[in-house]
Design a protein around this ligand. Sequence first.
Ligand SMILES: [Zn+2]
Length: 339
Amino acid sequence: MRNALGLMLASVVAAIAIAGVWFWTSSPRADAASPQTIAARTTEPLPASAAKPKDDVEVTASLSKPATPPAPQPQPAKSACANPDALGVSRTVVIDTTGGPGFGFLQYKQFDFLTDHEVVLTFDDGPWPTTPTVLKTLADECTKAVFFPIGLHTTYHPEILKQVAAAGHTIGAHTWSHAHLDAKKMTEAQAKEEIEKGFSAVKMALGAAPAPFFRFPALAHTQATKDYLAARNIAMFSCDIDSNDFKSSSSDQVIQNVMTKLDKQGKGVILMHDLQKHTAAALPSLLRRLKAGGYKVVQMKAREQLETLPEYDAMLVKDLKVPAVASRPIGSVVQTVQD
Ligand SMILES: [Zn+2]
């Protein structure tokens, strides 16, 4: 049996070898195709002077291309904008948050990274039922923003915060309960808890770490809280253009507030609230006005995400009475009592 198999195998191999030799010798077109293409390619882009390693790299790359299957595209969402006249994103900047840099010249005159007519869109106080409307408008304009959600709100609407993340926006934090951290009665430990629990809540809602981007409620900072954020390598966000949307009585007024200040200052970080219905209603017109005025949106991302502190993650779980059942065997949790 073995001998018979071996014999069959040998004859098949021999047949292939013979066929190969015949093919090689009797088919000039076939053998011309591959080796000559390679030779032509190696010599063609290399005139007499070109013996530089740089050119060699290019030739090698072009030759190896047809042999390798096309690589999967890691970021297919980038060119998915269906609106040819969209506001879009003109550039994306990555922030190294080491040492807690501050942005927004209203309070932090440190990093003047925006050029004329560049803006950063920011939204505070979500996630809220108004947030999906804001997300839709941003998606329609193929543009991106930074969101500073309130920790407590993320526990009410975690699925909305997940939509914010899925749309590719940057998500920082805005304390646990929107406490003003400059309040007289606020102890250092309470301020720290507000900051850390806010980030832990965002992480819990998303199932992923937030950006180390923080905005003080009411922009109320103290030297101690700024020092704390700096030690945690968390960037602080103030603003350049305050929409005052929480005081506005109509969407027109929100647009007016932003455009008047922006046309005067020429650029900046715009502060809005995705929780405000006038803002959600104003946004389509506001983004059109930005486009018409020649303004360009800059997206801000963090170089590294924040590592939340385990004690505050645990505190949150305890406060929310989330049962720690994951470690129990399934049989002790789910029992079939009737088939
Ligand atoms: Zn706020």
